[in-house]
Design a protein around this ligand. Sequence first.
Ligand code: AMP
Length: 117
Amino acid sequence: MGYDRNNVFAKILRGEIPCERVYEDEAVLAFKDINPKAPIHVLVIPKGAYSSFIDFSIRGSSEEVATFFSTVGKIVEQLRLHENGFRMVVNSGPDSGEEVPHFHVHLMSGKRLGAMA
Ligand code: AMP
């Protein structure tokens, strides 16, 4: 499970391309999706070099994985997404349509999202 250091989120983490940041700490970055599928569409990524959810779950330490998901919860609270509801999506691998090979969680909210495909 190699990691492509030239993927777009790696470039965002290195500051080579900009993003609209909504949260950052030493381990996690959250920013607005450039092509939003909902009025609120935020991507949350670990700063470590993990290509997909399965890569993160296998190679990340238990502490890293737990901290990441509790931080996702903190971001949900900070953005108040829990008040009207939100959708959390992870694409992983070719059949999911994952475009960017750096593990990321989508948070979508701001309207009735309708059924999943
Ligand atoms: P996925 O299909 O799960 O890999 O999702 C990748 C997401 O990254 C898509 O929703 C894209 O719109 C988003 N995206 C791609 N490039 C950027 C960028 N430079 N800044 C913010 N979001 C991006």
